[in-house]
Write a protein that binds this ligand. Sequence first.
Ligand code: ZN
Length: 434
Amino acid sequence: MRAAGVGIIQIVQQLKLAPTRVKRALLTSQVYQTKSFSATPQCYISKIQNEEKVFSENEMIHVVNENGNYMKYPWLWLRDNCQCKTCFNPQMQSRTIDWKYFDTSVHPKSYSRSNDLVNITWSDEHESQYSLKWLQEREFVPATQKKWLTQVYRLTQVPWNAANFSQVLKRFQYCNLIESDEKLLQWLESLAVFGIAIIEGTPSREDQLQKLANRVGFIKQTHYGEEFVVRNKPDTTNLAYLAVPLQMHTDMPYYDYKPGVNMLHCMEQTTEGGENQFVDCLYLSQLLKETQPDIYKTLSTVPVDWSDIGEEKKDAFHTLYRAPVICEDKLGQFARVNYNQWQRDSHFNVPLEDVISWYKANAIFTKALYDQKNMVQLKTRPGEIVTFDNIRLVHGRSGYSDSANNERYIIGSYLDWDIVHSRIRILKKEITRS
Ligand SMILES: [Zn+2]
């Protein structure tokens, strides 16, 4: 090969078309070491270096990062995510491309790299620019994606059982959550990671859950309104009313959009009984999967008909939702638990041969819920709010007895996880910025 006979432009063209390994070989070959290039202007050399930092192959643009590794981005993804004013509105943080006209045969006509910018001119003459930082944050590799999925999308949940619950349970002061964004974030993160947290020092007023919910976003409304009261109304002839235990359950499994976070504000507590019981079904489902896979399979595949038929303040409702006791996501990870015996319909729309095995599996699950290795108990004091994940935890309450001067009085309210996750992201961004 005679280097002098090869024009620099031709070499650059060759490099654009050449597969990576050929390109590396070319760049390190004698051709480039030869003296005939000694007269080459500096700009050409930097052009060659820049060509090496970005090239196109297999319908993807390859960009070399600071560590010398290649990051790959499909042409279609790049064109779809063009950051120019026509394609993206920075105020709305939204794509504004009209996809009716999106051409999937679009390809780069030319491309270049200048410092930390990748420039592409497309086959339709449209021009795009992408910063290296922006590209790096969106790299199609497991490490980058895992970081985003566990730090931005959802925080990694930590399972617990009775043995390690004391290390998991965090306590927060109500006034701090109202006044401090840092504390508010700590509470919400605790809730997201462990599924439970306690708030202390709440003023004894009936609007305090509303005030707290407003710090996060807004209350989740249901057919029972924005707030519900857990209180016995003993008849006047029987003041020592014995409140029965509340079986383990999740609230409202009959909603597709089941309330995400349950908040129970203890206004008054009885001396006898009234403990809250909790089981982390993220932990329990993993345990069942490992130790009793057949039971787990039945519970996670057989859909149950959950229902609620009634009337609240003269508004009649008939809610239905079909889902297994343990719901998995597409990756087979725990996604949601549904468990509530009095809200389980007698309609059971499954093949006949699934019925008996489901009952047996549900009995084993029920036994596991009441197992002291899995269940924790705590009794809230006046001024405490127990907040917990209704998608993940199953809860119940032991029986209690009110007396004339001591009536258990709890106010409850819900939040949606969408609203909580959103507030976590906003707070994290604001706190790191300041
Ligand atoms: Zn554009």
